[in-house]
Every structure is written in structure tokens, then in C-alpha cells.
Design a protein around this ligand. Structure first.
Ligand SMILES: *Cc1c(COP(=O)(O)O)cnc(C)c1O
Length: 386
């Protein structure tokens, strides 16, 4: 089956009611027929649901769909994207191990890698994702994993997955890719050798700003380790959120098509405005990594970044003049969202650290929504040109 069909047709078995839409199983635990069945399931001799922290049919449906869409053997769903990222580290890394991570990762991931993992004796180094030739010199005998995101937030750098896959094979590292910005519809890191693919399902997977969720997809044996870690530590996804996310996947492809179409139009429009210094969109020919983007992504994605002339004050003024776009921390929503990283998400960094992360004072990030294009351009124009 093709991507769109799998996203719609993969579902748990129907109940005796023969419901057409997918059922939801909001239960904390499951009952056993007798003592022997209970013993066998606890002993892992017989498959079956025991307790929703371990498995739940609504959660399992979401996991099976995500594994099918990412082209991986299996998946484990978590309560948030950060729980997925954290579990994907803790299931594999021991004290004394070494992790390489791209420097341009989601803010909370940067904190986990840079501050928490070292507290537990896990050594970490940040690498420049756009300069893969520099990675080899940072590999040590105890290096276990390379973690990266592409496209990155908020600078929309594109990191070469084919190179990363080859690099990890050669150095015997687990390649772990946060595929949140692209979704499996635009990019499947497993095709390039990623053994672990993590997601914040909060973003495009839900796509309507309703629930938090995450998922770790990957090779069977590796996902089993993640499941073992999470079964005891408890970051499980709720059945209700899993049900919402499974339904959302049914429209992922069609939503992403429109997100990308609108984003590409907005990017082209921005390049024509004198108030704009620079436009960043992976499928614009002016993007430094556009050839890599075209090789590994089906379309350019739903995010556009641009640099407004006039620095921090111009950036803040632009946000204040917007009438329709939401000022919000989320992305991947039906609603267009604008953020100004230098005065918000990255305000605590030193100017040098901000520059290293590609965040200039006038950088604006737009998560382009599904409103009519005339209204999106209209709001942008009245806020930028006035
Ligand atoms: C939002 C986000 C996360 C964290 O996800 P939550 O669901 O908010 O915990 C991780 N990685 C990326 C790239 C994100 O955008």
C-alpha cells in the first residue's frame, strides 16, 4: 500500500460493534481469564495487554501506523516529543558512553544533551551539522550515537542524511534523527540508515494544536530497548491522545501538501520584498543546502524563516502588527504562527551562541498554516510594508 493508504487504512481490529472509524480504549488496565493467563502474560510467554503504561490498543495502533509510515520495524509512543528524545538516549547510553549531537537542535534537546546527560556521566559533544567533514575528529572509542535534526529549528539548515548514514555505519554508531519538521511524508531517515527516528507528534502529526505526543520508531531490537526503558520509567502516551494522533495521520499527506504549497508561495513572495534581507526555505535555489534538500525531501516543508531589516526592534514590531497570524510557541498547526527567536526562545543565549545557532536579530520564523493564501499574504503584507 502507498503512504496515504497506509495512513488511512491501518487500524486495530474492529470490536463486536463493527465500527467504521477507529475505536478508542480508555482503560488503565486489562482483565485476565484465569491465573494461568495472567502468569503467562506477565512472563512474556503470551502476548496481550496487561496495563496501559506497557501497552494499550489505541496506542499500539498509532505505533504501528508510525512504524509503517517511517518504514521501520516498530515504534514506541510517548507522552511528548521530549519524552521520545529522552528515551531514545537513555535506552542506549550508559555512564562513560559518548554522544555526538548536532548543535542546531530543539532547545529542550540542547539542554538535555548539554546539561543533563553529562550529570549522569554521559559525555556529549556538539557538532556542526552543516560541516560533516568535521565530525570524524570528534569520534572517540566510546562514541555510541549521532543525533541530529533536519531541517533544523529555526534556521532551517538541511543536514545530509546520506552522509550521516554512511558515517554512522563506518563508525558503528546509532544514527538517531528527530524527523519532526519533515514528517515521514516528506522524508524517511530510515532509508538513509537511521536506526532510530524520533518525533514530536505534537507538531505536524497532530497538526491541529490539540494534543502532546511523541514516538520513537526504529529497528525491532532497538525499539524493544526503548519499550523496556519506558515500561518501567512511565512516559507512556495516553489512549485518548493516541486515538487523536491516529486519526490525524489519516490527513497528514493532504495537510502537508498544502502546508508546503503555501510555504513555498510565501517564501517566493518574501524574496520580492525590500524590507526582507534574506529568505530561508529548503527548496529555494538560494538555500545553501537546497541540493541536499531536494535529494532527501519530497517537498520543502511548512516552515519559512526570513530576516527582516532593522534587527530586534523591527522583528518585534512585525509581530505586534500581525492581525491574523498567531504569536505562539507551537508549529505545524493549521493556523499560521510567527515567532521571533532572538527575543523569545533564544533570548537567554549570548549573542555569540545565538550567532552559532544561526539566529540573527531580525530572524522571523513562520509556520505556514492552511488558511487561504490571500489571507496569509494579506496579513504579512500589512504587517511588514506599513
Ligand atoms: C517540539 C519539538 C520537540 C519536543 O516536542 P514536545 O512534544 O513539545 O515535547 C522536539 N523536537 C523538535 C524538532 C520539536 O520541534
Amino acid at each position: 500500500m502507498q503512504f496515504e493508504t497506509l495512513a488511512i487504512r491501518l487500524q486495530t481490529e474492529r470490536t463486536q460493534h463493527r465500527e467504521h472509524s477507529t475505536p478508542i480504549f480508555p482503560t488503565s488496565s486489562f482483565v485476565f481469564d484465569d491465573a494461568e493467563q495472567m502468569r503467562a502474560m506477565f512472563a512474556d510467554e503470551q502476548e496481550g495487554n496487561i496495563y496501559s503504561r506497557f501497552t494499550n490498543p489505541s496506542v499500539r495502533e498509532f505505533e504501528e501506523k508510525m512504524a509503517a509510515l517511517e518504514g521501520t520495524d516498530d515504534a514506541f509512543a510517548t507522552a511528548t516529543g521530549m519524552a521520545a528524545v529522552f528515551a531514545s538516549f537513555m535506552a542506549f547510553l550508559n555512564a562513560g558512553d559518548h554522544l555526538l549531537s548536532s548543535r542546531t537542535v530543539f532547545g529542550s534537546t540542547h539542554t538535555v544533551v548539554g546539561q543533563f546527560l553529562p550529570r549522569w556521566g554521559i559525555e556529549t559533544d556538539f557538532v556542526d551539522g552543516r560541516n560533516p567533514e568535521s565530525w570524524q575528529s570528534l569520534v572517540r572509542p566510546n562514541t555510541r550515537m549521532l543525533f541530529l535534526e533536519t531541517p533544523t529549528n529555526p534556521g532551517l539548515d538541511v543536514i545530509d542524511l546520506e552522509f550521516a548514514g554512511e558515517f554512522c555505519r563506518k563508525n558503528n554508531l546509532i544514527l538517531n534523527v528527530d524527523n519532526c519538521f519533515a514528517t515521514p511524508y516528506l522524508q524517511q531517515p530510515a532509508r538513509f540508515g537511521a536506526q532510530i527516528v524520533t518525533h514530536s507528534a505534537t507538531k505536524y502529526i497532530d497538526g491541529q494544536g490539540r494534543v502532546l505526543g511523541g514516538v520513537v520508531c526504529g529497528d525491532k531490537g532497538l525499539v524493544a530497548e526503548v519499550r523496556k526503558f519506558c515500561r518501567s520509567t512511565g512516559p507512556s502516551l495516553s489512549p485518548f491522545n493516541a486515538w487523536v494522533l491516529s486519526k490525524s495521520l489519516e490527513t497528514l499527506a493532504i495537510r502537508l501538501d498544502r502546508h508546503c504549497e503555501n510555504a513555498e508561495k510565501l517564501a517566493h513572495h518574501l524574496t520580492s520584498l525590500p524590507q526582507v534581507e534574506r529568505v530561508i526555505y529548503p527548496f529555494l535555489d538560494s538555500h545553501p543546502d537546497h541540493e541536499i534538500a531536494r535529494r532527501q525531501m519530497k517537498k520543502g516543508g511548512g516552515l519559512v524563516a526570513f530576516e527582516i531589516r532593522g534587527g530586534v526592534s523591527a522583528g518585534r514590531q512585525f509581530l505586534d502588527k500581525l492581525k491574523m497570524f498567531s504569536l505562539s510557541a507551537n508549529l505545524g498547526d493549521t493556523r499560521t504562527i510567527a515567532t521571533h527567536p532572538a527575543s523569545t526562545t533564544h533570548a537567554k543565549l549570548t549573542p555569540e551562541a545565538r550567532a552559532a545557532a544561526g539566529i540573527t536579530d531580525g530572524l522571523i520564523r513562520i509556520s505556514v498554516g492552511l488558511e487561504h493564501m490571500e489571507d496569509i499574504l494579506g496579513d504579512l503584507n500589512q504587517a511588514i510594508i506599513a
